[in-house]
Design a protein around this ligand. Structure first.
Ligand code: FES
Length: 277
C-alpha cells in the first residue's frame, strides 16, 4: 500500500497529489508517468509525474477530476493509502543541450512540464516557458517554473494574466521577444498538443508532445494506447509518451478517444482546456 502524503485542489478541478513511493522516487525521470488505482479492483489511471523528492521517497502528480475514478482520487486525504502506484513508466523526455527550448504547458501539463524545465536548464539550455489557461485562476506553480526558466510567457483567454489570448498567439509573442526555439516541448491536453504542433509545423520548429491516451496496463500489453506516428503504430506507454507532434495522426487519435464514449469525451469537452478550441 502507498501512503498519500498530500492531496489538495490547487486550482478548480486540478489536484496536487503526493504519494510515498520510494522505488518510483529513486528512478523517475522527466516525461514519465505512473499508473494509480484509488482502490482494489478500481480503474487504472495514468498520471504524468510533476515532481519528486528522492530523499523523502515521494512523488507528485497533478491530475484533473473528470470522472468517477479521479473523483475517488480527489477524495483521498493525507495518511490514507492506495493499493497501486506503478512506475516509473514510459520513456523519459530527451534531455540534452539543444540550445533554446520552448516549453508549453496547460492544465495538468503545467505541472508535468516543470521537471522537464528543471532538467533542460541543468543541461545548459535557454529555457522559455509558455503557459496557457482560461484565466489566471487556473494557473499554478508559476514560481517553480519561473525559477527553472530564463523567461515566461502567459496567455489567458480572459486576459486576467499575461496576454489576452491563447496558444495561437504564441509565435507572435516569441517573435516580439526575438526568440526562435530549437525545440518545443508540449505537455497538457490533447487540444494543446495538437494546436501547438499545427502552429509550429509551418515554422519548422521541432515539436515534442507528451501524449495522453487512455491506458490500461501501461506496459505494452493491451494496445489501448496506440498512436499512429509517421505512419507506424506506436504504443504511448512503452514507445512514448513523447512523440514528434508533426508526425502524429491527430484525426485518428481524436477519433480513437471518441470511440471510448461519452465517459471519456464529455469530460474532455467540458474541461477548461478544450473550451476555446
Ligand atoms: Fe496498454 Fe499501452 S496502456 S499497451
Amino acid at each position: 500500500m502507498y501512503e498519500v502524503i498530500e492531496r489538495r485542489m490547487i486550482v478548480p478541478n486540478l489536484h496536487e497529489f503526493t504519494v510515498r513511493a520510494p522505488a518510483v522516487a529513486r528512478s523517475v525521470k522527466p516525461g514519465q508517468f505512473v499508473i494509480v488505482r484509488p482502490e482494489e479492483n478500481g480503474e487504472r489511471i495514468p498520471l504524468s509525474v510533476a515532481d519528486w523528492d528522492r530523499e523523502a521517497g515521494t512523488v507528485t502528480s497533478i491530475f484533473m477530476q473528470v470522472g468517477a475514478s479521479t473523483a475517488k482520487l480527489a477524495r483521498l486525504k493525507p495518511g490514507q493509502t492506495i493499493p497501486t502506484y506503478a512506475g516509473p513508466l514510459g520513456r523519459k523526455t530527451d534531455i540534452e543541450n539543444f540550445g533554446t527550448v520552448l516549453l508549453v504547458g496547460g492544465c495538468y501539463g503545467i505541472g508535468s512540464i516543470y521537471p522537464v524545465a528543471r532538467a533542460l536548464k541543468e543541461a545548459g539550455n535557454k529555457v522559455y516557458t509558455f503557459l496557457e489557461a482560461r484565466g489566471s485562476f487556473l494557473l499554478y506553480w508559476e514560481d517553480k517554473l519561473a525559477a527553472a526558466s530564463d523567461g515566461m510567457f502567459i496567455a489567458t483567454r480572459d486576459g486576467t494574466k499575461g496576454r489576452k489570448g491563447h496558444i495561437a498567439d504564441m509565435p507572435a509573442m516569441l517573435s516580439a521577444a526575438g526568440i526562435t526555439p530549437d525545440r518545443v516541448i508540449v505537455n497538457g491536453c490533447t487540444f494543446l498538443l495538437m494546436r501547438t504542433s499545427e502552429l509550429t509545423r509551418p515554422l519548422g520548429w521541432k515539436t515534442v508532445v507528451n501524449m495522453n491516451p487512455i491506458m490500461i496496463d501501461g506496459t505494452g500489453m493491451c494496445g489501448v494506447c496506440r498512436v499512429s506516428v509517421g505512419g507506424k503504430m506506436k504504443f504511448a506507454c512503452v514507445d512514448g509518451p513523447d512523440f514528434d507532434g508533426h508526425e502524429i495522426d491527430w484525426a485518428e487519435f481524436l477519433a480513437r478517444r471518441k470511440s471510448y464514449g461519452p465517459e471519456e469525451v464529455d469530460p474532455l469537452r467540458r474541461s477548461s482546456c478544450a473550451s476555446h478550441f
